[in-house]
Design a protein around this ligand. Structure first.
Ligand code: ATP
Ligand code: MG
Length: 440
C-alpha cells in the first residue's frame, strides 16, 4: 500500500477520552473510531489486524478438527425461552421487536442456537463427537463499556461448541480446545496463561481462562514462570493422542496459575519465590464444560450404540477476537507506539524516504516497494512529501515490525537502513541484502 493512496487517519494529539495505552494507540494510529458507546468502526489498519487474528484463530480451530459455520447475530426470544435464559440473562441482553411485534435479540452468545441446530439434525451417536465453531459479532449491553475494544458492547468472538456422548469424550474435546488455544495465542506472539477459572454451572476442573499479562488488566493473576518456557507448537503433541493430551492437562494442573477468584495461598507458597509471577491480566479466552445443561433443557438426545437414547455432553469455548487487538497492544508497545508481533502486523515492512523531494530516493523506494510486494511481502510505503522524522514517527506509532529508511547520502553508496521496531536496532545494508533479509 502506498500511503498517499491509503485511508490511514492518524491523530497528532493523544486522545484525552482514552484511559489506557492500547485504546489511545488504537485511536492515534487510526485502527478504530467509536460510533456509539462501546461500538466501533474498524478502519482499514485495524481491520487488517483483526483479520490476521481471526485467521490464526480459524486455522488453529481447523487444525484441531473443529468445523466452521456461521450463525446469525439476531436470534428469536423463543429459542432462549427453551433454555430458560431469556429471563435469566438480564439487562446485558439487547432485546428487539420486529415489525410483527415478535421478540428478538442480538445474540450475546450461541449455546441455544447451536443446541437447536444440532438437535434438529443429529439423530445418532455416529454423528458424535463434533465441535462446531463460528466467528461472529456479539452484543452485550455492558454496564460500563470501557477501554475501547477491550470491553465493547459489540465485539467479535470465536465461539466453539463440542458435543460428545459422555463425560470422558467431553474431556477429550476440552483438552483438544485447550491445546488449540495455547497454540493460537503462541502463534500471535503473546503469552496467554491458562488459569483455572471459578467453575461454571456444574463445578469440576474443566474451566480455564486464558490471561495475557498487562498492567491494565481487570483481574489480579498469579502464575508459575515455568509457563514462560512452555512451547506448544511441538509436533509430538498431537490431536487425537488421548494420553498425550491428558499428560498436557496434568502438567497444566500441576503448574500453578490462578486469578484472584481461584487463588490458593497454600499452593502458591509452594512455588519457589524466583518463579512466582504476579500481576494483572486480561482475559482473552474462556473455555468450559457444562455437561448436559443445554441438551437436557432443550431436548437434544441421540440414539446410543445399544439403542437407548443418550443426552450429549457439551462444552463451549470462546476467544475474544476483537479484544485481542487491544490486549496485544497492551502487552507489546513502547513510548513511541505499537510493536506488532510479526504474525499479526498489518504490514511487515514500512518504507520511508528521508527526503520525499529527492528523485533518486523516490525511485529507489518505489523499486524496493514493488520488489517486496511482488515477492509477497506486505509493505506500506510512505510516499508522501513530508518530513522524514514525521514519517518515521508514524511508522513507529503504527508498529510495523521492520522499517526501511532511504536517504540520499546512503543511497549514493547503494545503502539503505533496516530498522527493527522492537529493538530499535538499525543496520546499513545494500539494497540487495536488505531485500534478502526481508524475504528470507
Ligand atoms: P468478561 O469476564 O471479561 O466480562 P466473559 O467471561 O463475560 O468476559 P465470555 O462469555 O467468557 O466472556 O466470552 C468469551 C470471550 O469473549 C472472553 O474471554 C473475552 O475475551 C471476550 N469478551 C467478553 N466480553 C467482551 C466484551 N464486552 N468486549 C470484548 N470482548 C469480550
Ligand atoms: Mg469469561
Amino acid at each position: 500500500m502506498r500511503l498517499s493512496q491509503a485511508f490511514l487517519p492518524v491523530l497528532k494529539e493523544s486522545p484525552s477520552d482514552a484511559q489506557i495505552v492500547s485504546h489511545k494507540l488504537m485511536l492515534r494510529a487510526g485502527l478504530v473510531r467509536q460510533t456509539a458507546a462501546g461500538i466501533y468502526a474498524w478502519l482499514p489498519l485495524g481491520l487488517k489486524v483483526l483479520r490476521k487474528i481471526e485467521q490464526i484463530v480459524r486455522e488453529e480451530q481447523d487444525r484441531a478438527g473443529a468445523i466452521e459455520m456461521l450463525m446469525p447475530t439476531i436470534q428469536s426470544a423463543d429459542l432462549w425461552r427453551e433454555s430458560g435464559r431469556y429471563d435469566a440473562y438480564g439487562p446485558e441482553m439487547l432485546r428487539i421487536r420486529d415489525r410483527h411485534d415478535r421478540e428478538m435479540l442480538f445474540g450475546p452468545t450461541n449455546e441455544e442456537m447451536i443446541t437447536a441446530i444440532f438437535r434438529d439434525d443429529v439423530r445418532s451417536y455416529r454423528d458424535l463427537p463434533r465441535t462446531l465453531y463460528h466467528i461472529q459479532w456479539k452484543f452485550r449491553d455492558e454496564v460500563r463499556p470501557r477501554f475501547g475494544v477491550m470491553r465493547g458492547r459489540e465485539f467479535l468472538m470465536k465461539d466453539a461448541y463440542s458435543f460428545d456422548l459422555d463425560e470422558a469424550g467431553a474431556r477429550q474435546s476440552y483438552y483438544t480446545q485447550l491445546l488449540a488455544y495455547l497454540r493460537t495465542f503462541q502463534r500471535m506472539g503473546i503469552r496467554a496463561v491458562p488459569m483455572k477459572a471459578a467453575s461454571g454451572p456444574i463445578g469440576g476442573d474443566l474451566s480455564h481462562e486464558f490471561i495475557v499479562l498487562a498492567p491494565t488488566g481487570e483481574s489480579e493473576v498469579f502464575y508459575d514462570a515455568d509457563y514462560d518456557a512452555m512451547d506448544w507448537s511441538q509436533t509430538e503433541l498431537r490431536y487425537g493422542d488421548a494420553a498425550g493430551l491428558h499428560a498436557m492437562f496434568e502438567r497444566i494442573g500441576q503448574t500453578y496459575a490462578a486469578t484472584d477468584e481461584t487463588h490458593d495461598e497454600a499452593r502458591w507458597s509452594q512455588v519457589p519465590g524466583e518463579r512466582q509471577r504476579q500481576g494483572r491480566g486480561i482475559e482473552v479466552g474462556h473455555i468450559f464444560y457444562f455437561g448436559t445443561k443445554y441438551s437436557d433443557a432443550m431436548g437434544l438426545r441421540v440414539s446410543g450404540p445399544d439403542g437407548t437414547m443418550v443426552t450429549p455432553h457439551m462444552g463451549s469455548y470462546g476467544v475474544g477476537v476483537s479484544r485481542l487487538v487491544g490486549a496485544i497492544i497492551e502487552a507489546s508497545h513502547d513510548d513511541s507506539g505499537i510493536i506488532w508481533p510479526e504474525a499479526v502486523a498489518p504490514w511487515s515492512v514500512g518504507i520511508v524516504t528521508m527526503r520525499g523531494d529527492d528523485a533518486a530516493s523516490r525511485q529507489a523506494a518505489g523499486d524496493f516497494y514493488d520488489k517486496l510486494t511482488s515477492l509477497g511481502v506486505e509493505a506500506l510505503y510512505d510516499d508522501r512529501d513530508e518530513r522524514g522524522g514525521a514519517k518515521l514517527a508514524g511508522m513507529d506509532v503504527m508498529g510495523l515490525p521492520k522499517q526501511i529508511i532511504i536517504g540520499p547520502r546512503g543511497l549514493a553508496q547503494g545503502l539503505v537502513e533496516l530498522k527493527d521496531r522492537r529493538t530499535g536496532e538499525k543496520q546499513e545494508l545494500s539494497i540487495e541484502s536488505a531485500l534478502a533479509r526481508l524475504t528470507a
